[in-house]
Design a binder for this molecule. Structure first.
Ligand code: UDP
Ligand code: MG
Length: 336
């Protein structure tokens, strides 16, 4: 299997058939072995029946029906989990992404990139509720994470299969796929793609997602930069606070003991105590984080690195306190 096209669809009954036709036509022209995976994310509008019907007729089409609406990220994850292709292409189920762009994305992967991100240069959505917040979000994500792109929210992407299968997607993290992929050391590029207005069906998102994107950004920043060293995030402000508070307390204490200056009417004493307490708590939180990081990695045999390839004969990593399962099987690899 060469190419898997993964499409999340939530109440896209009117779009499914034309989309299926467009994708099939493009794949046929491309002339590779390919499959299409449509994930029905708990639709309630007839998408399911239509999908079942299409799947009966076309063995290259797989439909995955989720038990309820889990959201776009989960739908993508489900589709990717079932995708057999060496290259996995994802696109929206509402015809806004243009399947005609697929061959160019695939070509980029074959040039050697692990992830090609679409860039909706001429985005066809309303300005105030969609394009403006998206511009701010893109700027912020680009500023915060190490992967510099123009359009993180574009579902039209192509992945090397091994990379797609290494991604762990939670919540509404699909917008941060480039950042997560960058964290795995993937070679990432972007490609200008066509974008069309939504003609049928309704958009599933509004302005309300802005706040959630911000919170997700904090999570992603933490996970990609500090997952293996949480004490550095919490410890530095912790030590700063504790040290400032300690010095202040010392100074106030000396004044009281040796110069007879009263403490009762000095609010700065409260600040000093607060700083010490906060500092100690931060350091303790960092230590807890360190323990959790070890639990996270060791309980699941998750290594703290990603192997791109092994040169020469691979004898696999050595286990010292040997406990099954063998870590080799769990090592994340970017290329097979
Ligand atoms: N989608 C989904 N589950 C959801 C919400 C959306 O699978 O809970 C799909 C939806 O069917 C579409 C894609 O995700 O194929 C993008 O959704 P939408 O077009 O509403 O987002 P927009 O393009 O407006 O950002
Ligand atoms: Mg859309």
């Amino acid at each position: 299997m060469n190419i898997s096209v993964v499409i999340p669809a939530y109440n896209e009954a009117e779009n499914l058939r034309p989309l299926y036709d467009e994708v099939t036509a493009v794949l046929r022209r491309l002339g590779r072995s390919a499959e299409i995976i449509v994930v029905d994310d708990g639709s309630t509008d007839g998408t399911s029946a239509l999908l079942a019907d299409l799947c009966r007729r076309d063995p290259l089409l797989t439909g995955i029906r989720l038990s309820r609406n889990f959201g776009q990220t989960a739908a993508l994850a489900a589709g990717i989990a079932h995708a057999r292709g060496e290259i996995i292409v994802t696109l929206d189920g509402d015809l806004q992404n243009d399947p005609a762009d697929i061959p160019r994305l695939v070509a980029k992967i074959e040039e050697g990139y692990d992830l090609v991100n679409g860039w909706r240069v001429d985005r066809q959505d309303t300005y105030v509720t969609r394009r403006l917040p998206s511009r701010l979000a893109n700027w912020l994500i680009s500023f915060t994470t190490n992967v510099k792109l123009h359009d993180y929210g574009c579902t039209l992407k192509a992945f090397r299969g091994t990379l797609a299968h290494s991604l762990r997607l939670y919540g509404e993290m699909h917008r941060f796929i480039p950042a997560l992929a960058g964290d795995l050391g993937a070679a990432i590029t972007e490609l200008a793609v066509n974008h069309r207005p939504r003609i049928r069906g309704t958009s599933k998102y509004g302005l309300s997602r802005t706040v959630r994107v911000l919170l997700d950004l904090v999570t992603v920043k933490f996970l990609t930069s500090y997952l293996t060293r949480p004490i550095h995030v919490f410890g530095v402000p912790g030590i700063a606070a504790a040290a400032t508070g300690g010095l202040l307390t010392l100074y106030l204490g000396l004044e009281r003991l040796f110069f007879g200056v009263g403490l009762a009417d000095r609010p700065i004493l409260l600040l000093a105590i607060l700083l010490v307490l906060v500092g100690v708590q931060f350091i303790a939180l960092g230590l807890l984080g360190e323990m959790l990081a070890r639990l996270y990695h060791e309980s699941q045999s998750k290594p703290v690195y990603v192997v791109r390839e092994v040169l020469g004969v691979d004898r696999g990593p050595v286990t010292i306190w040997s406990s099954p399962p063998a870590p080799a099987a769990h090592e994340a690899t970017l290329r097979s």
